[in-house]
Design a binder for this molecule. Structure first.
Ligand SMILES: NC(=O)c1ccc[n+]([C@@H]2O[C@H](COP(=O)([O-])OP(=O)(O)OC[C@H]3O[C@@H](n4cnc5c(N)ncnc54)[C@H](O)[C@@H]3O)[C@@H](O)[C@H]2O)c1
Length: 342
């Protein structure tokens, strides 16, 4: 065959292939891929889309579904956000600097309805912070060391919401002698109070979530400060956080069958009221400045809030018993990466 004849033959064969391919439900691009021509591609081969969409053809309106005759247009849908319609309880708001405040605000932005709890002696401050959120947000008095408060909290939530989809545990306290000085000098009562407030309270909140979770499950998230190694500061609070990490795994084990996920976010140092009570907190900030591969801003708790909201969301539906580090990568480095101030 002469060359023009061979080219013509090729286009005829290709047109037949394309036609039968389209009849079989294929697309023009699929037909093109099936072209076995070995030569440099012929320009005319790229006109297949014009074959499918002849002049005058108009793109169907978005929402057009060819499988539903007559349904050529659907009303535009409001884009959904990851916490749309979720009911989330946020403990631990005392000021607008609280990590819990950032979580409440982000959860609202992502579509959740939130309720806050406040320590009775901090209630006024917690309500002042809540006033900075969108809408009229209730602050329920809750002392994690008072066992009857958990039952009252559960009943109060049940009165307002038919279900609880998520809860944040952002509660910690230790008396000064449990936070500074030689470890062995701390009073046992102070250690007990720190453990009850900062660790056991996660189980109290888990009990409330377990009572109020819908059959589809729920998500409990706690805030941690990496307890896999000893810090030069932090003392018994470090021990309490190590307990929290262990409790996180046991709660995940027991509540998993009910679809309740339990996870921790291990945050880097953030300027909050609790942080100001930690002697040597500035030394932690210096350590972050030299060792964290990502820049760490101790005045910005929004990265922590975003991670918590991810764990609340269905995007994290197969994650439980996990500790998610939101610390600029500090935990993954073995030694300082740079000099102070460089
Ligand atoms: N700030 C940090 O650098 C940092 C880093 C990692 C983890 N965390 C953790 O984040 C959580 C929140 O702390 P924050 O830094 O936002 O400080 P914060 O002072 O804003 O919050 C601590 C909260 O604990 C509450 N609380 C104390 N005792 C309580 C009790 N008996 N019952 C109920 N609530 C009680 C306080 O009222 C307060 O709202 C804590 O678990 C803390 O250990 C903080």
């Amino acid at each position: 065959m002469s060359s023009p004849t061979r080219r013509k033959h090729h286009h005829v064969t290709r047109a037949i292939r394309l036609f039968s391919h389209r009849r079989a439900g294929g697309t023009a691009c699929g037909a093109h891929r099936r072209c076995r021509q070995r030569r440099p591609p012929c320009r005319r081969n790229h006109r297949h889309d014009r074959t499918l969409h002849p002049p005058g053809h108009r793109r169907p309106p978005s929402g057009h579904d060819p499988r539903l005759p007559g349904r050529t247009h659907q009303p535009p849908r409001r884009s959904r956000t990851v916490l749309d319609g979720k009911h989330i309880l946020v403990t631990g708001v005392v000021t607008t600097d609280s990590i819990a405040f950032a979580v409440a605000r982000r959860a609202q932005q992502l579509g959740a309805e939130v309720l806050l709890t406040g320590l009775p002696r901090d209630l006024d401050r917690a309500r002042a912070a809540a006033a900075q959120l969108t809408g009229d947000i209730d602050v329920i008095p809750f002392d994690a060391t008072a066992s009857h408060d958990t039952a009252r909290l559960t009943a109060t939530i049940a009165e307002r919401w038919e279900r609880l989809d998520g809860a944040l545990h952002a509660i910690a306290f230790a008396p000064a002698d449990a936070l500074e000085g030689p470890l062995l000098n701390a009073r046992p009562e102070g250690i007990g109070l720190a453990f009850q407030t900062s660790t056991v309270s996660l189980a109290a909140l888990a009990a409330a979530v377990n009572r109020l979770a819908p059959p589809s499950g729920a998500s409990l998230v706690g805030l941690d400060f990496d307890a896999s190694a000893a810090w030069p500061v932090y003392n018994w609070m470090g021990v309490c956080k190590a307990g929290l990490e262990s409790l996180n795994r046991y709660l995940a084990r027991d509540l998993g069958p009910a679809g309740i996920r339990v996870n921790l976010v291990a945050a880097g140092p953030i300027h909050t009221r609790a942080a100001t009570g930690i002697p040597g907190f500035e030394a932690l900030l210096d350590a972050w400045a030299t060792r964290s591969p990502l820049r760490w801003d101790p005045a910005d708790s929004t990265p922590v809030a975003d991670a918590v909201c991810f764990l609340f969301s269905d995007l994290a539906r197969a994650i439980t018993g996990e500790i998610l580090h939101v610390d600029g990568g500090y935990h993954a480095m073995a030694a300082p990466l740079r000099q102070q101030g460089s």
